[in-house]
Design a protein around this ligand. Structure first.
Ligand code: ZN
Length: 333
């Protein structure tokens, strides 16, 4: 058993309370390799933003659970080396799909876990989430649970159809599970194709897809039912056109990729939404930078020469999200 406290990590409790009161949101960036981790920590350290390092089941298998634990510990030390005296870094399991997986993460130094029982019948979701909460809270690990189903693909988690969170269920669900935060479905979606062209309108000037707005009315109702309770938005990449264009320009093929407009996320960040998950955007930045190097320098075969620019572009992206979208800069001095 390794406690996250020994690794220098923190759980989400205090971080979320401050974010709700302060009208900003904490970035939850997924990572599964060295360059992503370096870019996230550098961006967080330089902006003094609390940050959630997020790992899915697939990423944990990809990177190796033991290596990950030391990477997270290394991230804390690296942050200090960068001059961030009091790093506020969470290591969080994204979309845990079983009690056993959540327990394994808690036992190996995670400070926060998500149990995603959203595809289960309501009572089963409650039973599973409650079981994880009871285990996690013994070690002061915080738990995110989910109500409502998001569309899209995230590693092995795939849902064909989404349904919005039902506000009439949130009080019962949160009180019976004891969860610390609640992921809701209000129209965000996983992946780089969040909406089909049929769901969107087209901007007559640019010809680009304009996605349907998020269901802020449902978010408002949920906040009325659970005042001050931390809300989480998954699938909140914006799919920046500049990266999509770069990828397509240098030999990629991502037609009509579309995400959540940043002004909608900015609005959400000011509410009880205190954790915003961003994964696809960093994948796009990484891929765009690598493709550019490959296209312009076909003779290049030193991974540092193409992963380096990818890392730099991701760092830029993370800083942009922290400062311009979530407003979490300067909140972890
Ligand atoms: Zn998700």
């Amino acid at each position: 058993m390794v406690s996250y406290k020994e690794l220098g990590l923190v759980n989400t409790r205090e971080m979320f309370a401050k974010a709700i009161n302060g009208g900003y949101a904490i970035p939850a960036f997924n990572f599964n390799n060295l360059e992503q981790l370096q870019a996230i920590i550098k961006a967080a350290a330089e902006t003094k933003s609390p940050v959630i390092l997020q790992v899915s089941k697939g990423a944990r298998n990809y990177a190796n659970a033991t290596l990950l634990r030391y990477m997270a510990q290394g991230a804390v030390e690296y942050a200090k080396e960068l001059g961030w005296e009091n790093p506020q870094i969470v290591l969080h399991l994204d979309h845990g799909d079983s009690f056993e997986l959540c327990k394994s993460c808690i036992d190996m130094g995670f400070s926060s876990v998500m149990i995603d029982g959203s595809a289960l019948p309501y009572e089963e979701n409650i039973a599973l989430s409650k079981r994880v909460v009871e285990y996690a809270h013994q070690f002061d690990v915080t738990v995110e649970a989910e109500l409502g189903v998001l569309a899209g693909v995230e590693d092995e988690v795939q849902a064909e159809a989404s349904h919005y969170t039902r506000p009439e269920e949130v009080i019962d669900f949160s009180s019976r599970t004891g969860c610390d935060s609640l992921a809701i479905s209000i129209g965000t979606s996983h992946g780089a194709y969040k909406f089909t062209p049929e769901q969107c309108t087209r901007d007559p000037k640019t010809g680009r897809l304009v996605p349907p707005p998020l269901a802020f009315d449902i978010l408002d109702e949920i906040m009325k039912k659970l005042p001050g309770f931390p809300i989480v938005l998954h699938g909140s990449s914006s799919v920046p056109q500049e990266y999509v264009d770069m990828i397509n320009k240098y030999g990629g093929k991502l037609p009509d990729a579309v995400g959540i407009p940043e002004e909608q996320l900015r609005k959400a960040a000011k509410s009880a939404v205190c954790k915003i998950n961003i994964d696809s955007d960093s994948r796009l930045a990484f891929t765009a930078a690598v493709r550019k190097v490959f296209a312009e320098k076909p003779g290049e075969f030193d991974p540092r020469k193409y992963c380096g620019p990818a890392r730099d572009l991701m760092e830029q992206l993370y800083k942009h999200k922290i400062i311009e979208v979530l407003g979490s800069d300067g909140k972890a001095l």
